[in-house]
Design a protein around this ligand. Structure first.
Ligand SMILES: Nc1ncnc2c1ncn2[C@@H]1O[C@H](COP(=O)(O)OP(=O)(O)O)[C@@H](O)[C@H]1O
Ligand SMILES: N[C@@H](CCC(=O)OP(=O)(O)O)C(=O)O
Length: 371
C-alpha cells in the first residue's frame, strides 16, 4: 500500500517580506515534492502564502492586519498561488488540485468525510491535493490563523506516515534563534510540555503568522494522532528526502506512545464545543492526572447552550482549557447541581448518567506540567 505524507510550507518559505510570490522557491518545492511522488509516496501539500502573495496586487504596502483586507488579499493571492504551483508541477508531469478548508469542516463529520473521499479520489489519480485555509469564509473564532494546525488535522485525517512542516529555521531552538544566536537546536522531542511552549516565540518574519508556538501545537496534535512530525528547513535539492529519511535539518517529534483512537481524535481536535464548564482544582486533578470522570461536585460555572451528547470545553480556575468531553446534562440541570455531592444530585434531579463527562468521552488537552 502506498504511504501518505503531508508537507506544509509556510508563507515565510514562499514569499518575501515585501510580498509577492518567489517563483524560484515554488519551482524548487515542486521539484522536491515531485521527487517524493516519483518515489511512490502519496503527497498532500498544505500551503500558506495566499495573503502574502496577494497583498501587493491589492495595492497594500504591507501585509494587512484587518480581517477583511486579509481575506481580500488572500482571494487574490490564492489564485496566483495555485497558478504558480500548477505551472511548477506541470514541468514534472504532475497534476494538482485545490482544496480549501475551515475548522468548521473538521467539526462536521459529513463534510470532513466528503473532503476525505475527494482527497482519496485525487490520490488514486496521482494528483497532488494542495490545501489552504478557506480564508474568505473563515470567521475569526473559527480560523486556524496559521496553517500549522490545519496541516496536523489533515495528517491525522489521512493517517499520514509523516508530517513535514517546512519553515525558515532549521528546527525548534531553546529560544528564538533570531533573537539569541547562542540558542541550541533540539533534535528530538518525545513529549511536549509547557516548558517547550515557553521556548517558542512568535513569527520571525512579517509574512509568517504562527511562529514556533503554532508548530509545537501542530506537532502535539499530530503526535497524539500517531503521526511523527519534522519541523525544519528544506532549502537544497534532496533536503525533503533527507527530512523523510530521518536525517533532515530540523527537529523530529516522535510518536511511539501517542496513538489516540479516532473517536478521541475527533473529540479533541475536530469537534466544535457548544459550551464551557469551569471546574475546581480537585476536579481538574481528577480529570487530568487521575484519568477519572467529571462529577457535579467539581463544577463551578456553566456557560453556553448545549444539549446532552454535545461536546463542551472544560476550563480550570485560571481560565486555561484543560480538555473537552461529551456532556450528559443540560445547562440548567448542571446549574442546579453544580458543587453538590452525588447523593444530593440524585435526590434533586433525574439524569441518565451521574457523570457530567464520562472519562471514556473525555480528552485532556492541557500540556503536562512537569519540567
Ligand atoms: N524557539 C524557537 N525556535 C525556532 N524558531 C523560533 C523559535 N521561537 C520563534 N521562532 C521563530 O519562528 C519563525 C518561523 O515561524 P513563521 O514565521 O510563522 O514561519 P512560517 O511562515 O514558516 O509558518 C522563525 O523564523 C523564528 O524566528
Ligand atoms: N491561509 C493563510 C495562512 C496565513 C499564514 O501566514 O500562515 P503561516 O505562514 O503558515 O504562518 C494564507 O495562505 O496566507
Amino acid at each position: 500500500m502506498q504511504q501518505t505524507i503531508v508537507v506544509k510550507i509556510g508563507s515565510s518559505s514562499l514569499t518575501s517580506d515585501e510580498g509577492g510570490l518567489n517563483r524560484g522557491k515554488i519551482l524548487f518545492f515542486a521539484s522536491e515534492l515531485a521527487r517524493l511522488h516519483r518515489h511512490g509516496w502519496h503527497v498532500l501539500l498544505v500551503t500558506s502564502g495566499a495573503v502574502a502573495a496577494g497583498f501587493r496586487e491589492m495595492g497594500y504596502a504591507n501585509r494587512p492586519k484587518n480581517v477583511h483586507e486579509k481575506q481580500a488579499a488572500a482571494s487574490v493571492g490564492q489564485a496566483l498561488l495555485m497558478q504558480a504551483y500548477h505551472e511548477a508541477f506541470a514541468a514534472h508531469q504532475v497534476g494538482v488540485a485545490q482544496i480549501l478548508l475551515t475548522r468548521s469542516d473538521f467539526s462536521n463529520r459529513k463534510r470532513i468525510h466528503n473532503a476525505s473521499m475527494t482527497i482519496e479520489e485525487l490520490m488514486r489519480h496521482s494528483i497532488i491535493p494542495i490545501i489552504n485555509e478557506n480564508d474568505t469564509v473563515a470567521v475569526d473564532e473559527l480560523k486556524f490563523g496559521d496553517n500549522d494546525t490545519l496541516s496536523a488535522l489533515v495528517a491525522n485525517l489521512v493517517r499520514a506516515r509523516h508530517l513535514v512542516i517546512i519553515t525558515d529555521t532549521d528546527g525548534l531552538y531553546t529560544e528564538d534563534p533570531r533573537k539569541n544566536v547562542n540558542a541550541k537546536r533540539i533534535d528530538r522531542v518525545v513529549e511536549i510540555d509547557e516548558a517547550m511552549y515557553r521556548m517558542a516565540g512568535g513569527s520571525g518574519s512579517s509574512v509568517g503568522t504562527g511562529g514556533m508556538r503554532s508548530k509545537i501545537e501542530a506537532a502535539r496534535i499530530a503526535m497524539r494522532g500517531g503521526v511523527p512530525v519534522f519541523v525544519g528547513r528544506v532549502s537544497e535539492p534532496g533536503d525533503l528526502n533527507l527530512a523523510v529519511e530521518g536525517v533532515g535539518k530540523g527537529t523530529y517529534f516522535d510518536t511511539s506512545e501517542h496513538n489516540l483512537p479516532m473517536k478521541k481524535q475527533w473529540l479533541g481536535f475536530h469537534s466544535l464545543p457548544q459550551g464551557r464548564i469551569t471546574v475546581d482544582l480537585g476536579a481538574e486533578a481528577a480529570l487530568v492526572e487521575g484519568g477519572r470522570s467529571l462529577l457535579p461536585a467539581g463544577v463551578k460555572v456553566v456557560e453556553g447552550e448545549f444539549h446532552p451528547g454535545d461536546v463542551v470545553e472544560v476550563i480550570n480556575e485560571h481560565e486555561q482549557v484543560i480538555g473537552r468531553g461529551v456532556v450528559n446534562y443540560t445547562p440548567w440541570q448542571l446549574q442546579a447541581v453544580a458543587g453538590l455531592s452525588t447523593d444530593e444530585v440524585q435526590k434533586r434531579i433525574d439524569v441518565h448518567r451521574i457523570e457530567v463527562i464520562h472519562r471514556d468521552e473525555w480528552i485532556t488537552l492541557a500540556a503536562p506540567k512537569h519540567a
